[in-house]
Design a protein around this ligand. Structure first.
Ligand SMILES: Cc1cc2nc3c(=O)[nH]c(=O)nc-3n(C[C@H](O)[C@H](O)[C@H](O)COP(=O)(O)O)c2cc1C
Length: 204
């Protein structure tokens, strides 16, 4: 089958995209507005860019009505955010924070989560997440505006929190972190069915 993406309507194109690109890691992004009101939401269009300096990105798309999401507005205005990691133990609360609520509504409270002060940025991190990356905004790339328009938010990681319980011999693995990935529709996956393939030359 051959498909020209332009031949599909917005909903089908989105459904196709999240079914093709999977599993996706989930950035659970905490921000604050200029008055300090907390915000928390998951973003699975998320990845690392480079480790030198440690840089990550995620992609808040505009709503069906062309409105910017609260996370994007907060990052634009305050230039800071925290990427908390979504794992098996917090997956349901993570999804609860994706509720479409008014700006200023605290999704920490909504999902029964505990905000912990960050060290170098104003937005708090999520206590229930075993790892969090404090970020200063590097840049924002606007791909498209209007309904479902796309934005790439790039952040430089200025501080990393990792639960001591995960840290063994100076490292941690997915077996302890227990990350969840997003699939198509409302499906998620764990890393339980894992396998190892050494690279040519033996590196990772
Ligand atoms: C697991 C998961 C992943 C999501 N990934 C994205 C994403 O990559 N981009 C996006 O714009 N919305 C994504 N969403 C939807 C947002 O979380 C949702 O629109 C949320 O209300 C945005 O909150 P905000 O307005 O407080 O920023 C995702 C939702 C879930 C449950």
């Amino acid at each position: 089958m051959e498909l020209d993406p332009l031949s599909l309507d917005d909903r089908r194109r989105y459904g196709l995209m999240i079914s093709l690109i999977q599993p996706r890691p989930i950035a659970w992004v905490s921000t604050a507005d200029p008055e300090g009101r907390r915000n928390l939401a998951p973003f699975s269009f998320f990845t690392g860019i480079t480790a030198k300096p440690l840089t990550v990105c995620f992609c808040p798309v505009r709503t069906r009505h062309g409105k910017k999401k609260d996370t994007l507005l907060n990052v634009e205005e305050t230039k800071q955010f925290v990427v908390n990691l979504a794992v098996e133990s917090n997956a349901r609360q993570m999804v609860a924070t994706s509720a479409d609520v008014e700006r200023g509504v605290d999704e920490f409270a909504l999902a029964g989560l505990t905000p912990l002060p960050s060290l170098k940025v104003k937005p708090p991190r999520v206590k229930e997440s075993p790892a969090a990356l404090e970020c200063e905004l590097h840049s924002i790339v606007t791909i498209s505006e209007g309904a479902l328009g796309g934005t790439l938010v790039i952040g430089t990681v200025t501080h990393i929190h990792i639960d001591d319980a995960l840290w063994k011999d100076g490292a941690f693995t997915h077996k302890d972190l227990k990350p969840v990935g997003r699939l198509g529709g409302a499906w998620y996956t764990t890393t339980k069915d894992d396998f190892e393939i050494p690279r040519p030359g033996g590196g990772a």
